[in-house]
Design a binder for this molecule. Structure first.
Ligand code: ZN
Ligand code: ZN
Length: 716
């Protein structure tokens, strides 16, 4: 027996060595297969491929528990399919993660007393690039620590030269097809980050604020935001509202307002809710989407009141230059002194839109940005999803996707940050027209001949990651693309189903004509032991690296899988992981017993227990085939602990016939366990191979690099 087996299992001394062995074996690459995989006679899945594109990991920090889950689930899938004889590819990648990374870097700058707004953009870019590259090697080591059997020779980064070039070309194609356009529209703007977002980077939040009833000439208007009211010179009511029947559309009235007398115009519009407040409102088209639409319908003026940093503009008179948060009480004071406040409701509960990163109130602004027309893209996606070309696990995500796609709005892809792929475009300074310009050759507006300037913005980071399946496979180059696209499965978090999954489907269909993957598997969140969201401020963050260090990666992995049904959240506790460390020790001790006590030969007892085990194997295999890893892992755990150890081993202490069943069953148990707990099972496999069985007895061939458990055949 291997003398190492006499000591307790030590993950720290084992895992790095085993991972290196796997990497050097070539089995992470789809081209390398164990001898049994090379023929259709021994491999039922000969010639079939199975591929997963790893969700590119943000290269701006460390792996968190959610990443630990991604690495575990996807590795379980890949190892299982590899053992079934598929040509398996798991393609790893890193994401520059545009705004996300820039925010991380800004926090660092803040600590150093610096601000990105005072920096030269080129220097800032270089600093963030260095920071990202530093982080990348750290993150890759952490991915390896998780046991991920991905093909590092195919690793991609979203800022790789070839990727950037293809992202630029996709934009050009969208532009040439009339699908990408420059539009002056109302966008969601974060005054703190000074960036515009798509509709997804917004978090709705319930807040209690004051609601003000203000006298506006003969009317009373209600507002939660008096600081936007300076430019309000249109007063809108429903055409059917009998209370205001005397007022005519277009009629002018003179009234006293915040900074003196103004002339207001009556507008009748059906969008007004007669039941809300007094049924009369004034509008602020520059800073409110609904107001913008009313103004558009009636051809009304739109005036900017608040600048991009959240300060009031000269239109606010004496309040110009004051931040809106400071200005609000001052404005109310002034209105009160003028007798224009009718009443204040201090308990007004409403939903406000905030920046998902910093919680700052979103300030809608009219800005000229690049948009992608989404309706035609969504139409194709919907056809394919409804046709079942993409299977969702769990299936209720199909409905959620369809619902979102059916009401999709155009996607603002312009971001006002340096950290990203620059949008290859020129903007006309005279008419605002935008032109895609890959070669940087356009020198005049093709509409009005006006002077053009380079667009300073970068793409929304999801514009590159939304193309990840075909870009990372080298499309349009056919080598990997032809072999692995569409990929077999996309496994990611349910929280990015719109951000990422749906956009990948739309862009994949648009660029390649094919869905990017056949199955979407969506996992839930990893929560703390009390089922609360982990956050740095709550101090309840579970760091996967600390836990794998303490209990071994295998214990962490199986704790992530058992009981974790797709789509639902997992409450992770250290106790659970500690429990599985005991399991690793248990299988270590079982191995020692099996090697010391196993006997060869046939017997009725052996026949019976093996037959029973065959059924268990079939059951577990069906679970694996149907992505029920939470059941498969639990069943093999239960069998080993309660059947094999408690019954078969106990009985074999008294019954020599039972000893004959030990080795064959145990070998298969290790194979089934391998996708879940790869390190300890690989280590045991090599020891069992090394311990030459007595002459004439069943044993395993001596190990070489091609005789690793990772490349063994699944025993069912
Ligand atoms: Zn923000
Ligand atoms: Zn022009």
């Amino acid at each position: 027996m291997d003398p190492k087996l006499l000591k307790p299992y030590d993950p720290k001394k084992t895992e790095g060595r085993i991972y290196k062995l796997w990497e050097e074996s070539g089995f992470f690459q789809p081209e390398t297969g164990a001898p049994w995989t090379h023929s259709p006679d021994t491999n039922l899945n000969f010639g079939k491929s199975f591929s997963i594109i790893m969700p590119p990991v943000n290269a701006n920090g460390s792996l968190h528990a959610g990443h630990g889950l991604v690495m575990t689930i996807e590795d379980v899938m890949i190892r299982y399919k590899r053992m079934r004889g598929f040509k398996t590819l798991w393609l790893p990648g890193l994401d520059h993660a545009g705004f996300e990374t820039q925010v991380v870097y800004e926090k660092k700058l803040e600590k150093e007393g610096r601000s990105r707004f005072d920096m030269n953009p080129d220097n800032l870019y270089k600093e963030i690039l260095d920071f990202t590259l530093d982080n990348s090697s750290n993150i890759k080591n952490q991915i390896k620590k998780m046991g991920a059997s991905c093909d590092w020779s195919r690793e991609k980064f979203t800022l790789d030269k070839d990727i950037v070039e293809k992202v630029r070309q996709s934009f050009k194609k969208l532009y040439d097809d009339g699908m990408a356009y420059r539009g002056e529209k109302i966008v969601s703007w974060c005054p703190k980050h000074r960036i515009s977002f798509s509709d997804l980077e917004i978090k709705d939040e319930e807040r209690t604020d004051s609601f003000y009833y203000l006298k506006y000439g003969p009317f009373v208007i209600g507002t939660a935001r008096p600081e936007t009211k300076f430019g309000d010179k249109y007063v809108v009511m429903h055409p059917d509202d009998k209370r205001y029947a005397d007022y005519k559309n277009g009629q002018k009235i003179k009234l006293e307002w915040i900074n003196g007398p103004i002339t207001a115009t009556i507008v009748k519009d059906e969008a007004i809710d007669m039941e809300f407040g007094t049924g009369v409102m004034t509008i602020t088209p520059w800073h409110d989407t609904a107001d913008f639409e009313i103004a558009d319908r009636h051809g009304l003026d739109k005036e900017q009141i608040i600048d991009e940093t959240g300060k009031l503009l000269p239109i606010a008179g004496e309040f110009a230059g004051t931040h809106i948060n400071k200005a609000r009480p001052l404005i109310i004071e002034k209105l009160k002194s003028k007798g224009l406040v009718e009443k204040i409701d201090e308990n007004y509960k409403h939903i406000v839109r905030t920046c998902y990163k910093c919680g700052t109130l979103i300030e809608p602004q009219i800005k000229s940005q690049w948009f992608i027309k989404m309706k035609p893209l969504a139409k194709k996606a919907l056809e394919n999803i409804k046709d079942g070309k993409i299977k969702y696990i769990p299936d209720h995500y199909q409905k959620i996707s369809i619902h979102w796609l059916e009401k999709i709005i155009d996607w603002n892809i312009s971001r006002q940050i340096v950290w990203g792929i620059p949008i290859p475009a020129k903007i006309c300074q005279a008419c605002g027209h935008g032109m895609a310009d890959l070669e940087d050759t356009i020198s005049a507006c093709d509409k009005c001949g006006g002077k053009v300037l380079k667009d300073k913005d970068t793409f929304d980071t999801w514009f590159s990651s939304g193309q990840w399946p075909y870009l990372s496979l080298g499309y349009p180059d056919q080598k990997d693309y032809a072999a692995f696209y569409p990929t077999s499965i996309m496994e990611t978090g349910g929280d990015i189903i719109f951000f990422w999954v749906s956009r990948m489907i739309m862009l994949g269909l648009y660029m390649t004509g094919k869905v990017p993957f056949n199955i979407v598997y969506l996992h839930g969140m990893v929560l703390d032991p009390k089922a609360q969201k982990m956050s740095k401020s709550k101090g309840n963050v579970i760091d996967p690296m600390t836990l794998t260090e303490k209990y071994g990666t295998d214990a962490f992995r199986i704790a992530m899988i058992v009981g974790n049904t797709p789509g639902t959240s997992l409450a992770l506790s250290e106790d659970k992981i500690r429990g599985y460390k005991n399991f690793a020790n248990k299988i270590w001790n079982i191995t020692r017993f099996v090697l010391e006590n196993q006997k060869s030969g046939e017997s009725e007892t052996k026949k019976n227990v093996i037959e029973e085990f065959e059924n268990i194997k079939k059951d577990i295999t069906a679970d694996m085939e149907n992505y029920r890893f939470y059941l498969a892992s639990e069943k093999i755990y239960h069998y080993i602990w309660h059947k094999f150890a408690d019954e078969i081993i106990e009985q074999s202490k008294k019954d020599d016939d039972m000893k004959k069943s030990l080795l064959p069953i145990w070998q298969d148990c290790l194979k089934i366990l391998h996708p879940f707990t790869p390190f300890v099972t690989e280590e045991i496999w090599s020891m069992m191979s090394a311990s030459s069985p007595p002459a004439g007895q069943a044993g395993i061939d001596r190990p070489d690099q091609k005789n690793l458990l990772i490349a063994e055949k699944w025993p069912c």
